[in-house]
Design a protein around this ligand. Structure first.
Ligand code: ASP
Length: 386
């Protein structure tokens, strides 16, 4: 056994299995459904699992395996709790779940896990493990290697030979194997003949102690503007809501909307007066919102809409849930929505190299490393290739 194998073999990872296509098989009606114990057994049978260059691992299968479309904040809290209670015993964590809401769950975890200093890698597959041409085996094995050997102190998503920052990902393809993309941030690592990691893009190790924020307040709604939409519906929603905490408006281009439609602006002003936070995102996958670019955008800004910059809808909504669960005052929530706290946002006029004050006090700094290296991954890969 060579030294690199030794190093990987000494690592221990915990695999949390929540459900999703990876472990599904046809039920009595021929539709795919998760089946208890099935995926764990298949994983244990994998010839690669016992190799010297694979880490030690334990699979924790949840009692109820579910399709990720049924997952929500309570399940995210459960995953966060399991990571918290096993944090010191493992070098890294893999979360297996369905792809449909993986970008939401992994974004939520990226906010909830404060001062994270170990990799947490989400993965799943488009094709069940049982199929001959499945993408499950490769996604899972790579996720396990990344969780064991990378020095990424952040929540990532491993899919189709890419390691992406979780809170930058979007599910872009419902049928292809390249299900996820990170439209506004470069992948943290890519796989070719070797695994190349971009250490210069990864978050810095935190100075503070690891903690978990268990409170999520997900009373957040997303409204996508379309030409000719019925602004009375938005007014009615705002008027009658007694619990809404935040409203995300998916606007055109750099954050434009029909500011000549006064009822819409009135509804936004009413929302703000009721303590509802209104955040603008762009409908464009790349780029983001800059409310000052056009007068239309400025009108919305003047009405109290705040910019979500280049955040994904997934990151924006889960960040709101995290902040609304953490702070009771609106000023703090509004302030941190415009600050980069986990690498989810390119702050206006700042590169991702800057540090925010919030990071220093509550969470790992989002500053990135100064060196680029293919490090452990490249070494590991070349050993395997040899
Ligand atoms: N419907 C499945 C889920 O999200 C799809 C998948 O696993 O890819 O759980």
């Amino acid at each position: 056994m060579n030294s690199m194998s030794n190093m990987v073999r000494e690592k221990k990872i915990l695999v949390l299995y929540t459900g999703g296509t990876m472990g599904m098989k046809p039920d009595a009606n021929g539709s795919l459904a998760p089946s208890k114990g099935y995926l764990t057994e298949r994983i244990m049978e994998l010839p690669e699992i016992g190799r010297d260059d694979m880490p030690h691992f334990k699979v924790k299968e949840y009692d109820e395996l579910i399709d990720s479309s049924c997952m929500g904040p309570q399940h995210w809290i459960c995953i966060a709790n399991d990571i918290e209670s096993n944090y010191n015993a493992y070098d890294g964590f893999v979360v297996i779940m369905g792809t449909d809401t993986m970008a939401y769950a992994s974004s939520a975890l990226s906010f909830m896990l404060e001062n994270l200093s170990k990799p947490v890698v989400f993965t799943g597959s488009q094709i069940p493990f049982a199929q001959v041409y499945t993408d499950a085996r490769r996604n899972l094995l790579v996720a396990m290697i990344v969780a064991a050997t990378s020095d990424f102190p952040e929540v990532c998503l491993c899919f189709n030979d890419k390691i992406l920052r979780a809170n930058r990902t979007v599910k872009m393809n419902s049928i292809g194997l390249d299900a996820f993309d990170s439209p506004n941030y470069h992948p943290l690592a890519t796989l070719g003949t070797s695994i190349r990691q971009r250490k210069d893009l990864v978050l810095c190790h935190p100075k503070g102690e690891f903690t978990v924020s268990h409170n999520l307040d997900a009373k957040v709604i997303v409204i996508k503007l379309v030409p000719g939409f019925d602004d009375e519906s938005i007014s009615a929603l705002v008027k009658h809501s007694t619990s809404l905490k935040a409203m995300v408006l998916e606007m055109y281009g750099t954050g434009n909307g029909p500011s000549k439609k006064l009822p819409l602006l009135d509804a936004i002003r009413l929302a703000r007066s009721k303590g509802i936070i209104v955040v603008a995102l762009s409908q464009c996958a790349r780029g983001g919102v800059s409310l000052e670019t056009y007068s239309m955008g400025r009108d919305f800004s003047n009405a109290g809409v705040i910019s979500g910059g280049d955040m994904t809808t997934e990151a924006c909504t889960t960040k709101l849930a995290y902040l609304c669960g953490k702070f009771t005052d609106m000023e703090s929530i509004i302030y941190y929505m415009s600050v980069n706290i986990r690498g989810e946002l390119t702050e206006k006029g700042m590169s991702h190299l800057r540090t925010s004050s919030y990071q220093e006090s509550v969470v790992p700094t989002p500053t990135v490393r100064s060196t680029e290296s293919s490090g452990v991954f490249a070494n590991l890969s070349s050993q395997n290739d040899a």
